[in-house]
Design a protein around this ligand. Structure first.
Ligand SMILES: *[C@@H]1O[C@H](CO)[C@@H](O)[C@H](O)[C@H]1NC(C)=O
Length: 473
C-alpha cells in the first residue's frame, strides 16, 4: 500500500512537469476595515481583537486593510505574508491603509484625498488610497502576470458634505487609475463608505465603474449583475448577524466594503468561476462576536491568461514619465478574452536614440477583412536622437528584445534597445550599459509569437519599457 502511494505520488509529479504552461488559476483577496483607531475612538475593541485578526490572515493571498492605525504591530505580529506595506503611521499621521501579499509588489504609492469633509474625523488623518503593482507568480516558463492593486478608504458619514467629498474621492481615484493603470488588470478593494441605495453615492459608484471599466464583484456574483437602485430601501447588513444567519443572507446585504476588478487583453478574470462572500464566520471570537465593526469581504478570483496575447514581465527602466500601454490601442474595442483574429501584426518599427533611447515608434496592421488593411502607428518618447527603421517582411517577426537601463540626472531610464527577428535581422538604438536584460517571445508552443507593442513609461525619452507579445497570424 505504502509503495503504491509513493508510486502514485511520483507519477503525479512527473505529470505536473509535463503539463504545458499554466493558463488559468486563482488567488484569494480579502478587504477588511480592522477598526484600529485608539481604543477611546474606535468603534471596535482593537486591543483584544487585533491579535485575533492577525492570526487568521495567512489564509488569504492579498489583503487590503483599512483603519490599521494604532494596533499595526499587533496586526502584523502573527501574520506571515512575505510582502507587507510598512505603516504610514497611527491615527492623525497615517492613512490606515496597508496591503499584505503572498506576491511581491512594486511602485507603492500613497495618495491623499484632495477633498475631505470635517465631520467623522475625515480631515484629521490623511485618508486616501494606495497603488501597488503586484506580480502574481505562475508556474510557467513565460513568468507570471502583473495586476495593479488599489486600497482605499473614502470620506465617512452620510450628510451632504460627506456625499460630495466622497464623489470627489471616487473621481480622484478613477482619474489616477485611468492614467497610471492604463491597459492594466486592476483590483480595487476597500471601504467605500458608499451604498448603491443612497442617492448621491449611487451616482458616484456608477460613474467610478463606467470611467474605469471595473466590475463590482458583489453586484456581479451575488445580484446577477443587477444594481440596487438609488433611493431604494437600504439593504444594510444586521450587525452583528443574529446566530443562524445563512451565508446566502450574509452575502445578500450591502456593505460599504467593496471589491472591483477588471482584466485586460492578456489576462481576464472569470466572473462565472470567481467567488464572492461576506467572510464574517472566519473573523469571530470565541463567543461568536465579530472582530471589527466592519465585516471582512472575500473573493477567490479566477484568472485566465490569453493564449494569443502576453505581457512580458521583465521591465527595464524607472518609474518616471507617464504610463503607456499599447494594449489600449491594439485592442480598442475587444473585451477579454481576445480572439486570435483580433491580433494586429507589427509591420515596421523605428527606434530613435543617441546616448539613450529617445523614442520607439511602430506601425501595426489591424485585423480587417478590407484590403488593404488599415494601419496604426504608435509612438512613445520624444524627438531627440537619430532614427533607425526595420521593416518586416511578411513572415518575419521580432522574437527577441535586449534592453539596458542606466541613470541620467539621477533617474533610471532606458539607455539601449535591440530588437532581433526570427530571420536574424536586428535594429538597435542608444548605448549599452552594464545593466541589460534579454527577453524572448514565449516560445514553448508551436504558435508564432512575435512582438506586437510595448508598455512602460515615457516623457521626452523612454523611461521604462516592457514587451507585449502576440501570436502572429
Ligand atoms: C482555486 O485553485 C485551487 C487549486 O488549484 C482549487 O482547488 C480551487 O477549487 C480553485 N478555486 C476556484 C474558486 O476556482
Amino acid at each position: 500500500m505504502k509503495m503504491l502511494q509513493k508510486f502514485l505520488l511520483l507519477l503525479g509529479s512527473v505529470q505536473l512537469a509535463l503539463v504545458a504552461a499554466q493558463t488559468s488559476g486563482n488567488f484569494s483577496i480579502l478587504s477588511y476595515n480592522v477598526a484600529g483607531l485608539p481604543e477611546l475612538l474606535s468603534s471596535g475593541d482593537p486591543a483584544t481583537n487585533t491579535p485575533l485578526i492577525s492570526s487568521r490572515l495567512k489564509a488569504y493571498n492579498i489583503i487590503n486593510v483599512q483603519e490599521d492605525f494604532n494596533y499595526h504591530a499587533a496586526l502584523y505580529a502573527s501574520d506571515t505574508h512575505a510582502y507587507r506595506t510598512p505603516t504610514s503611521g497611527g491615527a492623525g499621521l497615517g492613512s490606515g491603509l496597508n496591503t499584505l501579499s503572498d506576491f511581491p509588489y512594486a511602485d507603492l504609492n500613497r495618495v491623499k484625498w484632495d477633498a475631505c469633509n470635517l465631520n467623522s474625523g475625515d480631515c484629521i488623518t490623511p485618508k486616501g488610497f494606495t497603488f501597488a503593482r503586484v506580480s502574481v507568480s505562475v508556474a510557467d516558463a513565460a513568468g507570471g502576470f502583473l495586476v495593479d492593486v488599489y486600497n482605499l478608504h473614502t470620506d465617512a458619514g452620510s450628510d451632504e458634505g460627506d456625499i460630495s467629498a466622497r464623489a470627489k474621492n471616487f473621481a480622484q481615484v478613477a482619474a489616477y487609475i485611468q492614467k497610471s493603470s492604463v491597459g492594466m488588470p486592476v483590483i480595487v478593494m476597500g471601504d467605500t463608505n458608499a451604498r448603491y441605495t443612497r442617492p448621491g453615492d449611487s451616482e458616484s459608484l456608477h460613474s467610478f465603474l463606467s470611467t474605469t471599466g471595473l466590475t463590482d464583484l458583489w453586484v456581479s456574483k451575488i445580484r446577477g449583475g443587477s444594481f440596487p437602485s438609488s433611493g431604494a430601501d437600504d439593504l444594510v447588513c444586521q450587525f452583528p448577524f443574529p446566530v443562524g444567519t445563512s451565508q446566502a443572507d450574509m452575502n445578500a446585504c450591502e456593505v460599504v466594503d467593496k471589491i472591483f476588478v477588471r482584466g485586460n487583453p492578456a489576462l481576464s478574470f472569470s466572473f462565472p468561476r470567481s467567488t464572492y462572500a461576506n467572510a464574517h464566520t472566519a473573523f469571530i471570537d470565541a463567543s461568536g462576536a465579530p472582530l471589527s465593526d466592519h465585516y471582512p469581504i472575500l473573493s477567490t478570483l479566477v484568472w485566465e491568461l490569453s493564449p494569443y496575447v502576453h505581457m512580458g514581465d521583465a521591465v527595464v527602466g524607472g518609474p518616471h514619465g507617464d504610463a503607456f500601454n499599447d494594449l489600449v490601442d491594439l485592442f480598442p474595442t475587444s473585451q477579454p478574452p481576445i480572439a486570435s483574429s483580433a491580433v494586429p501584426r507589427l509591420t515596421s518599427i523605428t527606434l530613435r536614440g543617441a546616448n539613450r533611447l529617445d523614442a520607439i515608434s511602430h506601425t501595426v496592421q489591424l485585423p480587417s477583412t478590407t484590403s488593404p488593411a488599415p494601419s496604426k502607428t504608435l509612438t512613445h518618447g520624444g524627438t531627440g536622437g537619430s532614427p533607425s527603421t526595420l521593416t518586416l517582411s511578411s513572415n518575419e517577426r521580432i522574437t527577441q528584445i535586449k534592453a539596458c537601463s542606466g541613470k541620467h540626472n539621477s533617474r533610471t531610464r532606458v539607455f539601449y534597445i535591440e530588437l532581433t527577428t526570427n530571420t536574424g535581422r536586428a535594429v538597435s538604438a542608444g548605448k549599452q550599459t552594464g545593466d541589460c536584460v534579454v527577453m524572448n517571445a514565449p516560445g514553448a508552443s508551436a504558435a508564432a509569437w512575435g512582438l506586437v507593442g510595448f508598455y512602460g513609461r515615457s516623457g521626452d525619452e523612454v523611461d521604462r519599457v516592457a514587451p507585449l507579445w502576440a501570436v502572429v497570424q
